[in-house]
Design a protein around this ligand. Structure first.
Ligand SMILES: Cc1ncc(C[n+]2csc(CCOP(=O)(O)OP(=O)(O)O)c2C)c(N)n1
Ligand SMILES: [Mg+2]
Length: 886
């Protein structure tokens, strides 16, 4: 025997191997396993290894003997799959031939077709009378394959396929899975890599939560996620793997399409992504099933008694596998099998054509079926199926295992002919040239099979539902009385919102549907009382005596706990929030999640997850706490948020508010809860709450509607009946600076002003934009006026101060008359007292006064000397450099 891999004594090695073989023959696999464990212990004792490599040989996990029979009709399934391949390809090529650069991908679905088809024909279940559907996350750029199937099933029309990626006007199909754009079809947006995997895990987890809390039964519904091997590099893809095993989520299966390539080239050219992923998942506690080689390899492995083949497979890096994949049988014979005489002998009986046709496991229905069945049957933990495939499988010289496979979207006639012949498609040259879609004849065996399989699995997939029963919200003046009638009582808006949630939790109808979520900040926000009151969700309850068992606020974990304490993972907490916020659709049960977090770690940290939440029509509250760049005093540059409201304003279905007072907050929460739970609008709310304690006034009569619209007049220092000289706008905690400034203007400079509390510049701007557009496009109709125009008519200057960057209040600048001056917190935050920070960022009362005087002097209402006098009087350092420069 050769010295293949540094073996210094092959004879001795063989003796050990023979001994193991003999033991397994005599005592069975368990005996073999026992011996290996003992050897491993001994090896650790001798210090040879610290721990064993967590990966297995480069072969299929499920041995042939355990594979079992295939329950489907392989011939029919092959034919159907070929047709899917063609229609998916035609869809993309047509979109690009006719319209230039609409994009789209062929090679990914080409590699995933068998994975999808085994799922669709045998595993992915639609809902029935007794339980809901499985949740399936589809690899986004394989969407054409899902459309191709829906077309064959008669769910999509030819015209829709022909308009792939032409969505304007509602004719065509989304590039990727987008529930916002195809609300009856797609459930989960996966187009941004990494979001699918983390979301799938938290959806599977939330199903357990819902069941353990007795809200709905999940039966044996399963979550399937088909993801790319390149995608697994995203932090989000792997961030929650241990949660899935820790909570024993055996309702979850990942299928990773290991085509060894991503967009630019190999995922691990100089290594093996499959082995790497295997180690990762095993380390994270998952059940791993590798599907590497197709059935035609089985006889080769059976004859590979000395494991030359296995060793050669193990020694081949992915970059080389790709090259082997791109080349023909002759190349594979000389560059792989020819590397070793014993290996060459193993395939000596095969023609070059047969060698060329050797399939990877991810293209073999039987191997995939066995793996998915084992995954489905696995108990007490999640499973990952690592399916080895070829990118661009069947695309031949233009795309199979090519570096450029991912970008290939135009095929010439010759390439199409090769494709047709490769898959035995009954298409004429004309049909090829015209890229005609292939519809199954009504009386065909294939169509009957397709329908029969889906009927057996409950019906079509994917389907998105939207039919949950509304949930009533209790009367505002009951649960929020403390806020509406605060009468000067001191509290922060964070305290107020926590009290509101606490009160809503007590409502018999709504209470059980409320899902409070934190990322290790419950104590920060004063929510520790909820630990005991509603319990922290844990699938195993509490296996220890908590240190604070005697305390009123004890740390109580419970199987039916209601609070989701996610630990320090904003991505995880947000994914949990999405699972709850889409429960109305995914489970037909409306839930109302409140995820409360450090506002800086929301839109900034996990903004893309929020964007995906918006796409999937999430309904719930995001609470950006300890908000405001100067209001969160001590925490400094990475904690002080000055931008979240600007980002929130860019999300069409996000309604964002920066309330100053507890009553504003209560009115907004109430309105939001009704809009989402009673009216069932597809919106979600973002509300910033602060940790600054101050006296809370009571709700002024008649203000509620305007609070929701975005602004209302809080006070005026003008003589009744006369216009004020200036309008002062404030939001959040900075409103109090503005109120103080109005008094200084009156007392120090005899300037009258109005003070407006702006609860949402983004809502004001949104409505004003709408009105402006309507007036522009329908000039013949009588012009409408927006709320902000109505409030701020006239030409007196407007000074707006917030705790956010100036661009936030400037959202309304173009809709109002009068000079508009914005004060805010542009620049890097830093730690100091609130007063020092407001002085530094120039959004305190003194600066509001100076800005007002300056605006009045510019319009000639005051001498310029007054401005200078104010700068001096308030000891403002006029020579200081601007805050955003340092
Ligand atoms: C967050 C994010 N970054 C980049 C992309 C662009 N992108 C789309 S597909 C892709 C490559 C995917 O490779 P892989 O996951 O291996 O899937 P395959 O197509 O090979 O099956 C990239 C980079 C994206 N969609 N999302
Ligand atoms: Mg890939």
């Amino acid at each position: 025997m050769r010295n293949f891999d540094g073996d210094s004594d092959p004879g001795e090695t063989q003796e050990w191997l023979d001994a193991l073989d003999a033991s397994v023959r005599a005592g069975g696999k368990q005996r073999g396993l026992y011996l290996l464990k003992k050897l491993e212990e001994q090896a650790q004792h001798l210090g040879i290894i610290a721990h064993v490599q967590p990966y297995s040989a480069y072969r299929n996990t499920i041995p042939l003997e355990e594979q079992g029979a295939y329950p489907g009709d392989l011939d029919v399934e092959e034919r159907i799959t070929s047709i899917m391949r063609w229609n998916a390809l035609a869809m993309v090529v047509r979109a690009n031939q006719a319209y230039g650069d609409l994009g789209g991908h062929i090679a990914s679905y080409a590699s995933a077709a068998e994975i999808f088809e085994v799922g669709f024909n045998h595993f992915f279940r639609a809902g029935n009378a007794t339980q809901g559907a499985d949740l399936v996350f589809f690899q986004p750029h394989s969407a054409p394959g899902v459309y191709a199937r829906a077309f064959l099933e008669g769910r999509l029309r030819e015209e829709q396929l022909a308009n792939y990626r032409q969505e304007v006007g509602g004719r065509g199909l989304s590039s990727y899975p987008h529930p916002w754009l195809m609300p009856d079809f797609w459930q989960f947006p996966t187009g941004s890599m990494g979001i699918g995997p983390i979301s799938a895990i938290y959806q599977a987890r939330f199903m357990r939560y819902v069941e353990h809390r007795g809200i709905a039964s999940m039966g044996d519904r399963h979550v399937w996620g088909v993801f790319g091997d390149g995608e697994m590099d995203e932090p989000e893809s792997i961030a929650a793997l241990t949660l899935a095993s820790r909570e024993k989520l055996d309702n979850l299966t990942f299928i990773i399409n290991c085509n060894l390539q991503r967009l630019d080239g190999p995922v691990r050219g100089n290594g093996q992504i499959i082995q790497e992923l295997e180690s990762l998942f095993i380390g994270a506690g998952w059940n791993v099933i590798k599907v590497l080689w197709g059935s035609d390899w089985d006889p080769l492995f059976a004859r590979d008694t000395h494991h030359v083949l296995l060793r050669q497979l193990a020694a081949t890096v992915d970059g080389q596998y790709q090259t082997l994949g791109a080349n023909d049988g002759a190349y594979n014979q000389s560059h792989f099998f020819g590397l070793d005489p014993e290996l060459r002998a193993l395939v000596a009986h095969m023609t070059l054509g047969e060698i060329d046709a050797l399939k990877r496991g991810g293209h073999d229905f039987r191997k995939l079926y066995a793996a998915l069945r084992a995954a489905r049957a696995h108990r007490d933990g999640p499973t990952v199926v690592l399916a080895k495939t070829k990118k661009g499988y069947g695309m031949g010289g233009v795309g199979e295992s090519r570096m450029t496979s991912h970008q290939q979207k135009k095929l010439d006639l010759d390439a199409l002919k090769v494709f047709r012949d490769r898959f035995g498609l009954a298409l004429t040259d004309d049909a090829l040239a015209e890229m005609r879609f292939y519809a199954l004849p009504e009386n065909s065996r294939e169509l009957a099979y397709l329908r029969e399989r889906r009927a057996a699995l409950g019906g079509h997939l994917p389907v998105r539902h939207d039919a949950a029963a509304p949930v009533g919200i209790p009367p505002l003046d009951g649960y929020a009385r403390f806020a509406l009638e605060a009468a000067g009582h001191e509290m922060s808006t964070t305290t107020a919102v926590v009290r509101l949630i606490g009160n809503l939790l007590k409502d018999p109808a709504l209470g059980p549907r409320v899902v409070p979520i934190v990322a290790d900040e419950a104590r920060t926000f004063g929510m520790a009382n909820l630990f005991r009151q509603i319990g922290i969700y844990s699938p195993v309850g509490q296996l220890y005596e908590p240190e604070d068992a005697a305390s009123m606020l004890r740390y109580r974990e419970a199987k039916d706990g209601q609070l989701l304490e996610e630990g320090i993972t904003e991505a995880g907490a947000l994914s949990s929030w999405v699972a709850a916020a889409t429960a109305y659709s995914v489970h037909g049960v409306a839930m109302l999640p409140f995820y409360i977090y450090y506002s800086m770690f929301g839109f900034q940290r996990v903004g893309d997850l929020i964007w995906a939440a918006a796409d999937q029509r999430s309904r719930g509250f995001l609470l950006g706490a300890t908000a405001g760049r100067t209001t969160l005093g001590g925490e400094g540059l990475q904690h002080q948020d000055g931008s979240s409201h600007l980002v929130a304003s860019t999300i069409p279905n996000c309604r964002a508010y920066d309330p100053a007072f507890a009553y504003e907050l209560a009115v907004i929460v109430d309105h939001g809860a009704r809009q989402m739970m009673e009216r069932q609008d597809d919106v979600f709310y973002y509300i910033t709450v602060m940790n600054e304690n101050y006296p809370q006034p009571s709700l002024p009569a008649g203000a509620a509607d305007d609070i929701v619209s975005g602004m209302y007049r809080l006070q005026s220092t003008a003589v009744p009946g006369e216009a004020a000289a200036a309008r002062l706008l404030g939001s959040g905690a900075i409103l109090r600076e503005v109120v103080a400034a109005a008094a200084m203007l009156r007392d120090d400079w005899q300037v009258t002003s109005e003070v407006w509390s702006v609860t949402s510049f983004s809502e004001l701007a949104r409505e004003a934009r709408e009105v402006e557009r309507a007036n522009r496009l329908q000039p013949a109709s009588s012009p409408r006026k927006s709320h902000v125009e109505g409030c701020l008519a006239g030409t007196a200057p407007i000074i707006a101060a917030t705790d956010y960057v100036r661009a936030y209040p400037q959202l309304i600048a173009s809709y109002v008359g009068g000079r508009f001056v914005a004060l805010g917190t542009d620049g890097f935050g830093r730690s100091d007292t609130r007063a020092a920070l407001r002085g530094f960022f120039e959004n305190d009362r003194r600066h509001v006064v100076v800005a007002t005087l300056h605006a009045l002097s510019r319009q000639g209402s005051l001498p310029a000397a007054t401005v200078a006098a104010a700068v001096e009087r308030y000891e403002i350092d006029a020579a200081a450099v601007a805050p955003w420069t340092h």
